[in-house]
Design a protein around this ligand. Structure first.
Ligand SMILES: [Zn+2]
Length: 402
């Protein structure tokens, strides 16, 4: 086995993603040669990319890091120059980020984005558009994007992120116009290492968090740094063995939903407040004189719009958080199943090994499987807009009966 190369500069953020980092860094090196009017091999740089990978593997981080390298004055993604630093901070004028904050990106949003992308880059390098969750594009938005991706302006780069390159996720036509970068589930050691080096987390805690986060970097960081998140995970993992009486079904369903709400609420609160104060600053404070009334009206309208967006984003965060809890739960039953079969595979929840083996000796294989399926069906139902409480209660009923 060859040892993974040491990642430097902004590339350090691509935890456990050395192959993708190599592809993207050689493309950014070619991009730098294009800026300097030097010859490059055909296809060395591409105008449209699709970054895919499992949840938590760092798709949007990969897109941002690549964007930084494209704007880097040394062309390497040094992490030190103003280009790199402003992209990483999210303030570079030529890097536009679309994170669909509601459940999808609107056509109007996409049109204005495509227009902005056609402008010449202000810094003379690249105009970069990052679309997070390109799988949540509506058909209309997708069509608006397609034209730009088909005939990209000279100095424009589109970076699309999606969970997979499955045709259901991203339209076949768009996919066929993009170069594909696939991220893998980062290994636990790589996650632990970044938690220690980047976030200054104590090595023992970092290792534990990495081992129970199923390769989800953000989740590992959260578990390592947030006591409340650790408690919520514990609540979720108490469910499988905690369903004794019929009334436990409702208690557990309730706990699951309120844990997700609390988690999402905390995340939204911090973000919402920051955005409101930013907007207030941008709109200017109180003043007198000509034009003030008009400015006030505009400010009020902007605040209303922001609040609407925040509300729609909160719904989505809540769903995503509930989904994470369901993934944890499914992983528990999967652990029980592999323990039962004696396959000796690595557990998703190694810190719950004794509960897992307790369940493995108590339940028959087909009843474990039914429970696992109930969790997966619940995820699907919520994805299809079934009310979370209804879907969760149906699931917990099966979890109890087996
Ligand atoms: Zn740089």
């Amino acid at each position: 086995m060859t040892e993974a190369p040491v990642l430097i500069g902004v590339w350090k953020q691509l935890v456990g993603q050395e192959p993708a980092a190599r592809t993207l860094s050689s493309a950014s090196a070619a991009a730098a040669r294009i800026i300097e009017n030097q010859p490059v091999a055909p296809g060395a740089m591409t105008h449209a990319w699709l970054v895919t990978g499992p949840p938590g593997s760092g798709r949007s981080t990969a897109a941002r890091v690549f964007a930084a390298a494209l704007q880097c004055s040394t062309g390497t993604g040094c992490g030190e120059c103003p280009g790199c630093r402003t992209v990483v901070a999210g303030t570079h004028a030529d890097v536009k980020l679309v994170a669909p904050e509601g459940l999808s990106i609107s056509v109007a949003e996409m049109r204005s984005l495509v227009q902005a992308a056609a402008r010449r880059p202000t810094t003379g390098r690249w105009q970069v558009v990052i679309i997070e969750d390109a799988d949540r594009l509506t058909e209309g938005a997708s069509n608006a994007l397609l034209k730009a991706v088909e005939e990209p302006p000279d100095r424009t780069v589109f970076l699309l992120c999606a969970p997979s390159d499955h045709p259901d996720d991203v339209s076949v036509t768009i996919r066929s116009r993009c170069r594909l970068v696939t991220l893998r589930t980062p290994p636990a050691e790589a996650i632990a290492q970044v938690l220690v080096e980047r976030d200054g987390i104590d090595p023992e805690r970092a290792q534990w968090a990495a081992s129970v986060s199923s390769g989800h970097v953000g989740r590992a960081r959260r578990l390592a740094t947030d006591e409340a998140a650790r408690q919520r995970r514990a609540t979720v993992l108490r469910i499988p063995l905690g369903l004794r009486r019929p009334s436990d079904v409702f208690t557990c369903a309730d706990q699951l939903i309120s844990a997700a709400e609390a988690d999402a609420g905390e995340e939204s609160k911090v973000r919402d407040e920051a955005e409101r104060s930013e907007l207030r600053t941008a709109m200017g404070g109180d003043g007198t004189g000509k034009g003030v009334a008009g400015a006030k009206r505009a400010a009020e309208a902007a605040v209303k719009q922001l609040e609407k967006r925040q509300k729609s984003r909160a719904t989505r965060t809540q769903r995503d958080t509930l989904d994470l809890a369901l993934v944890d739960l499914a992983a528990f039953y999967r652990d029980v199943l592999v323990t039962k079969s004696g396959a000796g595979a690595t557990l998703n929840h190694p810190d719950h090994a004794s509960e897992i083996s307790q369940a493995a000796s108590a339940w028959a294989p087909d009843s474990i499987l039914r429970r696992l399926e109930a969790v997966l069906e619940c995820r699907e139902a919520i994805d299809l807009n079934v009310k979370p409480r209804i879907a969760v209660e149906a699931m917990v009923t099966t979890l109890r009966q087996g």
